[in-house]
Design a protein around this ligand. Structure first.
Ligand code: NOJ
Length: 551
């Protein structure tokens, strides 16, 4: 049975609901909200890491894979949550961070204490003969990717924070340990795995600098090794288990590799997250910049990936938001004048597409970036590093702050807004991250009179009901249009034309005759357009989306 009709809801437990009253969200908080999650109709919940961790990178720095962080709850809480969601037929997807561990992890500590067995768990290298670092690689959070290994003359590799040491997958013992971790969580009844930055596990044993003109990232991204080890991971853990879903988070990947990761006959993964569509508001590739998004580039990426993955027989995850991204409404919509219209238009653009849609908590109620006024409000390690780098590069503190405000990962990590009470119904005390001031955007308000939440529920339902949406083919439409993203899905004689206006102005689209006699299946305005009077030309209103069905 295909999983293509499923929709996944992402919960960032730290920011969903605080049940213990310490300002930090926890598993029992998620448990309280199971009926709400079920009301969305979703099939699976992806939980961000909740394992023991010093929280330097909010749980992506794992100190113990087998235990739950006391701030998040207990193993009993987790099992209760799995059972409670299970009663609604909803599975749990856990986050597996297998590229690195926290430097507080026992393996790293024993390596530091001198045990050779554990030294072989990491990439430890001597400085170059001239005293420079083993390679010039940069950490993805800024600064060098190497730090001194205790009081030795060695350095350890960390592609992320200094407290996240990369694991040496060349060592079969490391791979066996990681397989054991995955199997442990499988035995706890989870139905899905999200693998963190999986395509950078395959560094070569000889680590070297990029040659002039060579892209440093390609030395450790999407290598042949990655495919080999993902196949092995599949065989040793989740492969062959009916109903288990896997998604790999792929940093700077390609269509070709994504096809290889996800073609059923590769026996690697079910789908991948790729990020090129979320780099269209980077200034010449630089994330830490504040420029408007390039619509044609966005459309190009969405189209090319859908077409390319389909042509190769692969499958992709479809998403706008997650815990690492600013809110999509702020980037590609209008959070002021057209919040509900742009939220629903963005939803249709992915939920009617070819791939598995993910909804990130708060997206279904149209949450937007917080309006913080100072760097003190930000908690994220990457945001603070970026701020310092920008100031060092000569930006004024106000300019640097603006840039950080536009791209910070904390934009999406603000507490979930349940109601209009002081702490948004997330907690009874000041939360770990300041709630956004937009208290009106709450679940309570959306349930009472909102357009976004019912729209999401309908999209989820449609995917369940219509093989055309779950399985249909994808073909671009109006490729050259300057403000509309369009595509056609087709399945067993049925067709669906999806149109999305990405701007706050009216715009016209030429319709082929076959659609002029279709019926509107989805639209995000109270009065849907009347196709009978359209005469082959449809005018879309600001941020309007329309999906036309032809039977
Ligand atoms: C991707 C995760 O989504 C992000 O939050 C984390 O910082 C990095 N991987 C490193 O684990």
């Amino acid at each position: 049975m295909s999983f293509h009709d499923q929709v996944i809801y992402q919960v960032y437990p730290k920011s969903y609901r605080d049940s213990s009253g310490n300002g930090v969200g926890d598993l029992r908080g998620v448990l309280e909200k199971v009926p709400y999650i079920a009301s969305l109709g979703v099939d699976m919940v992806w939980l961000n890491p909740f394992y023991v961790s010093p929280q330097n990178d909010n749980g992506y720095d794992i100190a113990d894979y087998y235990r739950i962080d006391p701030d998040m709850g207990t193993m009993e809480d987790f099992q209760e949550l799995v059972a409670a969601l299970g009663e609604y037929g909803i599975g749990v997807m856990v986050d597996m961070v297998l590229n690195h561990v926290s430097t507080e992890h026992e393996w790293f500590q024993r390596a530091l204490a001198g045990e050779q067995k554990y030294r072989d768990y990491f990439y430890l290298r001597l400085a170059q003969p001239d005293g420079s670092l083993p390679t010039t690689w940069e950490s993805k959070f800024g600064g060098p990717a190497w730090s001194p290994f205790g009081g030795t003359d060695l350095y350890y590799l960390h592609l992320y924070d200094t407290t996240q040491a990369d694991l040496n997958w060349h060592n079969p013992q490391v791979r066996a340990e990681l397989h054991r971790v995955v199997n442990f969580w499988k035995s706890k009844g989870v139905r899905g795995f999200r693998f963190d930055v999986l395509n950078v596990i395959g560094k070569s044993e000889v680590l070297r600098n990029a040659t002039p003109g060579e892209n440093e990232k390609l030395l450790y991204t999407d290598t042949e090794q990655v495919h080999t080890w993902v196949k092995e991971l599949n065989q040793q853990t989740f492969g062959g288990t009916p109903g288990l879903l896997t998604v790999g988070e792929m940093s700077s990947t390609t269509i070709e590799n994504s096809v290889r990761y996800t073609r059923p006959d590769s026996r690697e993964l079910d789908m991948v997250f790729s990020f090129h569509h979320l780099k269209v508001d980077y200034d010449r590739g630089e994330k830490w910049s504040d420029v408007p998004f390039d619509f044609m580039a966005l459309k190009g990426v969405l189209t090319d990936w859908s077409v390319g993955i389909q042509a190769g027989g692969g499958w992709q995850a479809l998403f706008w938001n997650n815990h690492d991204q600013p809110r999509a409404i702020n980037r590609f919509g209008d959070p002021g004048l057209y919040r509900e219209e742009s939220a629903t238009m963005l939803a249709a653009a992915i939920h009617l597409g070819r791939g598995t849609p993910y909804i990130y908590q708060g997206e279904e109620i149209g949450m937007i970036d917080p309006a913080y006024e100072s760097m003190d409000d930000y908690v994220d390690i990457e945001s603070h590093k970026a701020y310092r780098t920008l100031v060092d590069r000569g930006l004024s503190s106000e300019q640097a702050f603006r840039v950080v405000a536009s791209k910070s990962r904390d934009n999406s990590r603000t507490p979930m807004q349940w109601d209009a009470s002081e702490f948004a119904g997330f907690s009874e005390v000041q939360p770990w991250l300041r709630p956004t001031s937009q208290a009106l955007m709450s679940v309570e308000r959306q349930e009472a009179e909102g357009k976004i939440l019912p729209f999401y529920r309908r999209l989820v339902e449609l995917r369940h009901q219509m093989p055309l949406i779950a399985e249909g083919s994808y073909e671009p439409f109006a490729r050259e249009h300057q403000s509309v993203y369009g595509f056609i899905r087709e399945y067993q004689g049925q067709k669906l034309l999806v149109l999305c206006n990405f701007y706050g102005a009216d715009t016209a689209v030429e319709l082929a005759a076959e659609f002029a006699v279709g019926k509107v299946l989805v639209c995000n305005y109270k009065n849907c357009p009347d196709l009978t009077t359209a005469e082959g030309r449809l005018t879309l209103r600001p941020y309007e989306t329309v999906a036309v069905l032809v039977d």
